[in-house]
Design a protein around this ligand. Structure first.
Ligand code: CP
Ligand code: NVA
Length: 313
């Protein structure tokens, strides 16, 4: 049966560790994966816009020696009534893997149920697992280890926060999530991650006071207040989230060694100020770069089943 990345739980602790180890090795080689999967073909479906995910995946696919095939939603029969199940069955006959960014998590899971190739979730309304891999890689590069780290996530309890919560559960670091009331992350995702923290260490903390979340934090992470698909709520959210901007005053409450992370794209002046984005504590460009290495490692692991990357040399 094909192995998928539907949420970060699909990889679990060992899978995430292997991904990080392999990604670090690929990074030291400047992203050279020596055409390890020459002849392969990977489809990409984006039902929402993307800069980083689209380009980093295409670069990763090409670096592994495979052909990236961008499948525009308006050109697929999927948009004219062909079922997800039939699409999955057919694409499995041509492709080595399929990367999809869409709205409902259920669509990605339906594809995976009927595909015989790996399905990779490139963001849904509920999860963004590829982002969390690059986030964790960036934390590990900065601090050498994830043990004992405290990360504060400030803003909306959204897809990015859910994948980070799952990452904290598997890797055993503390994630303090601070949101306005009514915008908390999904309770079931939090509970499952808290159960993992009881085994692996760390904790998931929820609250509404940003100052409590960031006190002593090693990293402050934020994301847009209105995600893709929530454009109509933008003004209302701007009012609700006004106190959740990561600015220099908030950074000053974190640990002296604290770094700033953001999945990007950023809405400068809303969830983060220019001085923080462009300041010495910001690691957002390294974080974006790390998408490329973690995705190369991910595709390699899922397509070959070789978790440790032995045949990569
Ligand atoms: N962080 C991220 O997924 O960016 P894109 O929406 O540009 O792909
Ligand atoms: N939460 C954001 C993340 C973008 C990468 C969104 O879903 O739009």
């Amino acid at each position: 049966m094909a192995r998928h990345l539907l949420t970060l739980d699909s990889l679990g602790r060992d899978g995430i560790r292997h991904n990080l180890d392999l990604a670090a090795r690929i990074k030291t080689r400047g992203g050279d994966t020596r055409d390890a999967l020459a002849g392969g073909r990977v489809g990409l479906i984006f039902d929402k816009p993307s800069t980083r995910t689209r380009v980093s995946f295409e670069a990763a696919i090409w670096g592994l020696g495979m052909l990236p095939i961008a499948l525009r939603p308006d050109e697929l029969q999927l948009g004219r009534g062909e079922t997800i199940a039939d699409t999955a069955r057919v694409l499995s006959r041509y492709l080595s893997a399929l990367v999809i960014r869409t709205f409902e998590q259920a669509r990605v899971e339906e594809l995976a149920r009927h595909a015989t190739i790996p399905i990779v979730n490139a963001l849904t309304d509920e999860h963004h697992p590829c982002q969390a891999l690059a986030d964790v890689m960036t934390l590990q590069e900065e601090f050498g280890s994830l043990d004992g780290l405290r990360v504060a996530f400030i803003g909306d309890g959204n897809n990015v926060s859910h994948s980070l919560i799952q990452a904290a559960g598997h890797m055993g670091f503390t994630l303090a999530v601070s949101t306005p009331a009514g915008y908390e992350p999904d309770a079931a995702i939090v509970a499952a991650a808290q159960a993992n923290c009881r085994v692996n260490g760390g904790a998931i903390e929820l609250g509404h006071d940003v100052r409590v979340a960031v006190r002593g934090a090693d990293a402050i992470y934020t994301d847009v207040w209105a995600s893709m698909g929530q454009e109509k709520e933008r003004e209302e959210r701007a009012r609700t989230f006004a106190g959740y901007c990561v600015n220099a005053d908030l950074m000053a409450l974190a640990a002296p060694r604290a770094i700033f992370l953001h999945c990007l794209p950023a809405h400068r002046g809303d969830e983060v100020t220019d001085d923080v984005m462009d300041g010495p504590q910001s690691r957002v460009w390294d974080e974006a770069e790390n998408r490329w290495y973690t995705e190369q490692a991910l595709l390699y692991m899922l397509i070959t089943g070789d978790e440790t990357g032995e045949s990569l040399g």
